[in-house]
Design a protein around this ligand. Sequence first.
Ligand SMILES: *Cc1c(COP(=O)(O)O)cnc(C)c1O
Length: 359
Amino acid sequence: MEHSFYLEVNREAILHNINVLRKWKRKDIIPVIKANAYGHGMLEMAKTCVQAGVTQVAVARYEEAKKILEDSYFQSLSKECSFQILIFESIGDFSLLDDFPRMDISINSLEELEKALEYHISPKKMQVKIDFSFGRNGIQEKDLPFFIKKVKEENLTFKGIFSHLFSSSYEDGLLCIKKFSSLVQEMGKERFDRIHLQNSAASYNYDCDIVTDIRVGMLTYGLQEPGYFHEELQRAFCLKGKIDSIRCVENMKYLAYEGKEDVGMKFAKWAAKIKIGYADGFGKENENGSCIIQRKEYRIAEVTMDNTFLEVDERVKVGDEVLLFYNPTKTKQETGKEIHEHLTGLTNRLPRKWIGEIK
Ligand SMILES: *Cc1c(COP(=O)(O)O)cnc(C)c1O
């Protein structure tokens, strides 16, 4: 398709980041590939994880895991290849797991543990989530004595145990690490193959001895958290396309659906059209933000459903390459939205093109 926009993803950058993250903490990594791999494309991301020798990834919902595992690449993956998908949210109906041996579930309450055991789900497919007052899901602190008792009495050994380390206050985070570590120690850490606590923000902030893995979304894609910077991580995406047409708007009253003045084009001479719009997930909040054409910044004047109009000058020609979201910090300043909010909002109409072969 001529001049069309797409999200290019550099597979080498993802592989590089996975290795940087493993070395950084000297721990294994559970890449979080929910939300279409933070917009990058979930299937290619999952395959890339297999290539990197990752044996566990995580998603939020059952439908995400199902979509990956129904793909022919995963259907034909050799049985010797260890690759499991952990689903964070409770799935409710355990029969959904019957056709998918590569799915692991989170246990988010004592009641859910009882039910799963009753249904004869192997604890080796369960990762128990503990809630140290983050309040989303997980076994609550008041239920922990019952949980510990059950685990010991029935001598249960699980696939994993995890919690959510919140880093809004540094001291509260330390307390969470302390509570989590002593809980795992009390039951015996050999009961759990995988022990994890830190997402991306918490990985910058804390080290934690007892964990086997860090559980990272953002950093895997080379997306930095505001306020932190790891210099070895590489951004993997590039949102680009080409100038589709250019019009002289000097004597025009309107630009697309709006008055020229209303989109700040009163004195502008040239408007360039590109083929991306809010139906691709490129929202109106990008108006008055910037893009890059031939290393120079230009203003995004108007976003419509299918097209976006840029205020350009005579230098710019049809077919020139246009970069959007070229600087995440700037994108945040211009639109008020973090780069991962933009990326996860990109719709299926926008193609993802991964460069670099799967080996
Ligand atoms: C999304 C998610 C993560 C990954 O978070 P990042 O901040 O992207 O690293 C980790 N753990 C859980 C439970 C999540 O839902």
